[in-house]
Design a protein around this ligand. Structure first.
Ligand SMILES: *Cc1c(COP(=O)(O)O)cnc(C)c1O
Length: 396
């Protein structure tokens, strides 16, 4: 990383780690053999096949261990975090046909959850969307109130991708356990940023994704508690414990395992570092720029995320100008940005439309440096004031 404000190398400050992260060199190295000589099919009985199978087993054991799963077989590899979420929700309700047709989720979920719920509504399932408070937190009490006798599944995200707000999963999980309702958590954003262990959180199903934790894109995993039955979505061979047919992405899964092995022991250290840098960014911007408000919970928040609304600013224009100056940030989620629609997350928190349009998400990473934060603190005030001047009505 070089920051050269005079000329020469382009500035490259990546503060969009909630959208995706750089593949760790170690994860890439762990993948390469399976893309070169070790091309075996993990289902083959010969040594090439067993080599591939070993790579899958190793990643499965690593992920099971860090999540505190009772056995490696609780981990099912998928083609993305989104697929893990689809498998959890559709697979769970399909296996509970006849026991009820009501699902509880929240209004601030990722589109992977919201649109999966939308698709099963057309099959006759009813969905209750719990509203968050003004910090984006989904209270356990609100989830409890939404439960009915025919509720078969609760799906609540651990940490929000747009605001970083952390939900009280342990409290929610205590309630679902008491009521004997299955509990799925989208932990894609919290995994490797917060301690995520399935018994502490009382979850039955939990989704994670490799590319948010310095692994490759196109690999995810679903944790399924021992004894919990769900139905597969993809039918074919007997892969992944009969839950996800299709020859496994051996290289991708090896890369995911290595990324987790790297990140997990460094979790606390990385969290502290990112939180310190984020604090400097957040306070620095609020000091240097007028009309800035925080979207999200002040404390119960991912260590790397800060979402700020800038008065009288169009986030899209700001993003493009920051990009021109070598800084990558986002407005809300990558999945909805570009659609021109205000964020469903911020709207659900009761933030006025106008403030939603001027919201920027800075998501730091384990590689973010002090110099990068200095640079951002220097250019954002300038970009904001130029955009405000340009949009101000001309003097009469
Ligand atoms: C990125 C993300 C997903 C989707 O994961 P993919 O692997 O990109 O499909 C789901 N939920 C949250 C909260 C996310 O941030």
């Amino acid at each position: 990383m070089t920051i050269d404000r005079v000329g020469g190398d382009a500035v490259d400050v990546y503060l969009d780690n909630n959208a995706t992260t750089r593949v760790a060199p170690e994860a890439l190295e762990a993948m390469l053999p399976y893309l070169r000589n070790q091309y075996g099919n993990a289902s083959s009985a010969h040594s090439r096949g067993r080599e591939a199978k070993k790579a899958l087993d190793l990643s499965r054991e690593t992920i099971a261990r860090v999540l505190g799963a009772s056995q490696a077989e609780c981990i099912c590899f998928t083609g993305s975090g989104t697929e893990a979420i689809n498998l959890a929700i559709k697979g769970a309700v399909s296996a509970r046909r006849g026991k009820g047709n009501h699902i509880v989720t929240s209004a601030v979920e990722h589109p992977a959850v919201l649109n999966t719920c939308k698709s099963i509504r057309s099959l006759g399932y009813e969905v209750t969307y719990v509203k968050p408070d003004s910090t984006g937190r989904v209270a356990a009490g609100s989830v409890a109130e939404a439960l009915r006798a025919d509720t078969i599944l609760v799906s609540i995200m651990h940490a929000n991708n747009e605001t970083g707000t952390i939900n009280p999963l342990r409290e929610i999980g205590t309630i679902t356990k008491e009521r004997n309702v299955l509990f799925h958590a989208d932990a894609v954003q919290s995994f490797c940023k917060l301690p995520v262990t399935v018994d502490d959180l009382h979850v039955d199903l939990l989704s994670i994704s490799a590319h948010k934790v310095h692994g490759p894109k196109g690999v995810g995993a679903l944790y399924i508690r021992e004894g919990v039955t769900i139905h597969p979505l993809i039918h074919g061979g007997r892969h992944e414990g009969n839950l996800r047919a299709g020859t496994e992405n051996v290289a991708g899964i090896a890369g995911m395992g290595e990324a987790v092995r790297l990140n997990w022991p460094a979790l606390e250290r990385n969290s502290r570092r990112m939180m310190a840098l984020r604090g400097r960014l957040e306070h620095g911007l609020r000091e240097r720029v007028t009309g800035v408000t925080l979207n999200g919970h002040p404390d119960e928040r991912l260590p790397n995320t800060v979402n700020l609304s800038f008065e009288n600013i169009e986030a899209q224009a700001c993003i493009l100008e920051l990009d021109r100056r070598g800084v990558a940030v986002s407005s809300g989620s990558a999945c909805t940005s570009g659609s021109g629609k205000p964020s469903h997350v911020l709207l659900a928190m009761g933030i006025p439309c106008e403030a939603c349009r001027g919201s920027l998400r800075f998501s730091l990473g384990t590689l973010t440096t002090d110099e990068e934060i200095d640079y951002v603190l220097e250019i954002v005030p300038d970009v904001v004031s130029k955009l405000r001047e340009a949009s101000a009505p001309a003097p009469a």
